[in-house]
Write a protein that binds this ligand. Structure first.
Ligand code: CAA
Length: 289
């Protein structure tokens, strides 16, 4: 055992202690790089939540590592798209770690506040984030998927908000983002009843954007990621920022946001390159500027 930031941390070979002050409030918590694994291939980052035995439940270590990864990705101009998935065949993420919430006692709300900040970082990331949902996406797991730009689900996936069954409520954005995505009544149905829904029902109500075979999920997510990554990175990032910024504004103000962002894209070298490539019938060579 060793002391970091006033807290005791276990030592292990692939783990290390961090004292990240100002990173969404995590201080000296324990991060295990193996619990969330980041790999990169060109413009695409893959993020694997790797706690298969606990159905990839989100404990503080996982949340802190996600925070760290998205902060690192923000600084990596080479990456445009990130795909998040869960380890194993059974679960994407089965929710926040119930044992940890149980133990948190009076600190429960603080735990959730920090987690909400991590999901805000993901939602507001300049990268396009795809959730490849490979099984149960429950509670905080469904909220993680909601923090992403798109949700692709395997056919055996089940999604739901079982918090009320535990006497709890969603805390990582579920009560606010789900109604915005699927409509108020369907969101209320899911949250009040705690019932799980199938991937096809989720597709029908607009909670996921695509369903595919269990075997082809990662391939389909990669295909979409590559398609996005082949487009002008500066334009894609600016589109995301315009959409995020405009969502909660009145239409006239939101259109002003679009115009301001359009002006940036219009002056970009990627726009010059994209149009020149089209006119000379060649592939564009975008620089992300
Ligand atoms: N937290 C901690 N551990 C979890 C977990 C969770 N959310 N979900 C599953 N696990 C653990 C189980 O305790 C079990 O561990 P052991 O083998 O050590 O006993 C292991 O994962 C496998 O789970 P089950 O044996 O329960 O598997 P199953 O196939 O019988 O059931 C399931 C699968 C329906 C997903 C069931 O595990 C389940 O209901 N999980 C809890 C789902 C839930 O309530 N999520 C919401 C959490 S609260 C939340 O997320 C709040 C928020 O908004 C932030």
């Amino acid at each position: 055992m060793s002391m970091v930031g006033g807290k005791f941390c276990l030592d292990s070979i692939r783990s290390y202690e961090l004292c990240i002050v100002g990173n969404n409030g995590y201080e000296g918590d324990f991060v295990n790089e193996e619990e969330v694994v980041l790999t990169k291939e060109g413009a695409i980052a893959r993020i694997l939540i790797n706690r298969e035995k606990a159905l990839n439940a989100l404990n503080q270590g996982v949340m802190m590592r996600l925070d760290q990864i998205f902060s690192e990705l923000e600084a990596d101009v080479g990456v445009l798209v990130a795909i998040i998935t869960g380890a194993g065949q059974k679960a994407f993420v089965a929710g926040a770690d119930i044992a940890e919430i149980g133990e948190a006692g009076d600190n429960r709300t603080e735990l959730i506040r920090k987690g909400q900040a991590v999901f805000s970082r993901i939602r507001n990331s300049s990268k396009v984030v795809i959730a490849a949902i490979n099984g149960y996406a429950l509670g905080g797991g469904c909220e993680l998927a909601l923090a992403c730009d798109f949700r692709i689900a395997s056919e055996s996936t089940k999604l739901g908000f079982p918090e009320t069954k535990l006497g709890l409520m969603p805390g990582y954005g579920g009560t606010q983002i789900l109604p915005r995505l699927v409509g108020m009544a369907k969101a209320k149905w899911m949250i009040y009843s705690g019932e799980m829904i199938t991937a096809s029902e989720a597709y029908r109500i607009g909670l996921v954007e695509m369903i595919c075979n269990n075997e082809s999920l990662q391939e389909e997510a990669s295909r979409l990621a590559m398609k996005i990554a082949s487009n002008g990175p500066f334009a894609v990032k600016t589109c995301k920022r315009a959409i995020q910024k405009g969502l909660d504004l009145p239409l006239e103000k939101a259109l002003q946001v679009e115009l301001e962002e359009y002006d940036r894209v219009a002056r970009s070298s990627d726009a010059e390159e994209g149009m020149a490539a089209f006119l000379s019938k060649r592939k564009p060579n975008f620089k992300g500027k």
